[in-house]
Design a protein around this ligand. Structure first.
Ligand SMILES: *Cc1c(COP(=O)(O)O)cnc(C)c1O
Length: 354
């Protein structure tokens, strides 16, 4: 039985070109700033997102943590959407390790409203914590891969900057957002101070993320990375694969979006599945199984028994998630749809009074 892996784009495998680049990578001690491959990756990534500098890190979570902790100090307040990955899926690290206070505002469809951002910013007088940082997320994982536009990003960043806050963008899948909007990624990263993005998702590299921003902020972030035990040595071996991902895997993300759309349209046609197919704009497909049809956990298990792996939002929510990526093609989408419709049509209709 072939495994159909739709749980996440983190399941992408390194390409043959990546394996080759890893084997051939020129390396040095990165903690001394002497790994030429890591240096090249940091310069190239910063250039692509339009920032002065970058620091390569082992995970997206570490990139976010470095971005947040280098721009806010103990007791400061961080404003973020209530469904933000940083708030929901990163073990509360900015509070645990940074002594920061999280202030959540309604996330809506991935972009909190300007009104909510404005009213969350504290006045400088009184016994309030200091509002230090606004975090945005693009594309938005827990909001079904929705995107925020350059104009929305500019407006929020302008407001935050006017009130003395910095802005960090969790851009784990920023290239998916840029591809979906058909814009240069700088349109989305230009307005913010720092941006984190992942090499290990749609770009298919085995390890790593990067935090990009102004030179002085990235220098502080480098210290935070060290403080958290995240500094590396001959990391050029993995950075080489990240470079290949950055240079060769961005243009193909639109294929993942086309497949996600086909998946969403197919799901919409299956009785017992609830989905807002029009909201699927990137590589994430979020849907529910109607409670009267089947329990979400039971459905997920039935899929797994047939070789189809899907994930469940926030561990226990009724919402399920499927993610398209370089290692699942259109034929896999069709196979997944037939498995899911098979499961739901095999289930006897509940007996109702006529
Ligand atoms: C995956 C993800 C991260 C974290 O990346 P890891 O490498 O898994 O730590 C951060 N933010 C968002 C929105 C993500 O989807």
């Amino acid at each position: 039985m072939k495994t159909l892996e739709f749980r996440s784009d983190t399941f992408t495998l390194p390409t043959p070109a990546m394996r080759k680049a890893m084997a051939d990578a020129e390396v040095g001690d990165d903690q001394y700033g002497e790994d030429p491959t890591v240096n090249r990756l940091e310069e190239r990534a910063a250039e692509i997102v339009g920032k002065e500098a970058g620091v390569y890190v082992g995970s997206g979570m570490l990139g976010n943590l470095c971005g947040v902790l280098s721009q806010a100090g103990r007791g400061d307040e961080v404003i973020l959407g209530d469904l933000a990955h940083i708030y929901q899926n990163e073990m509360g690290a900015f509070t645990v390790l940074g002594g920061l206070h999280g202030r959540t505002i309604p996330n809506r469809d991935g972009m909190p409203s300007l009104e909510d951002i404005e009213s969350a910013i504290r006045p400088s007088v009184g016994a309030f914590p200091r509002s230090a940082l606004l975090c945005l997320e693009n594309s938005h994982n827990n909001c079904g891969g929705s995107v925020i536009t350059g104009a929305q990003t500019r407006a929020a960043a302008h407001l935050a900057h006017e009130r003395g806050l910095k802005v960090h963008l969790d851009g784990a899948r920023i290239f998916n957002a840029a591809a979906a909007l058909g814009v240069d990624v700088k349109e989305l990263t230009g307005p913010v101070d720092t941006v984190q993005f992942c090499f290990s998702k749609g770009l298919s590299a085995p390890v790593g993320s990067i935090l990009c921003g102004p030179r002085d902020t990235v220098a502080r972030a480098r210290k935070v990375r060290k403080l958290l035990g995240g500094a590396m040595r001959q990391a050029g071996v993995i950075a080489a694969a990240a470079l290949v991902g950055l240079e060769t895997m961005r243009d193909r993300l639109v294929d993942d979006h086309v497949n996600a759309r086909a998946l969403a349209d197919g799901l919409a046609a299956i009785r017992g599945i609830k989905i807002d197919a029009a909201n699927v704009v990137t590589n994430i497909v979020s849907f529910e199984v109607e409670r009267s049809a089947m329990d979400a956990g039971e459905f997920q298990k039935a899929c797994a028994e047939r070789g189809l792996r899907i994930s469940r939002y926030l561990g226990n929510s009724p919402r399920l998630r499927m993610v398209t990526h370089a290692n699942v093609g259109r034929a896999d989408v069709d196979a997944a749809l037939s498995i899911m419709s098979g499961i739901l049509s095999a289930k006897p209709e509940p007996v109702t009074a006529r």
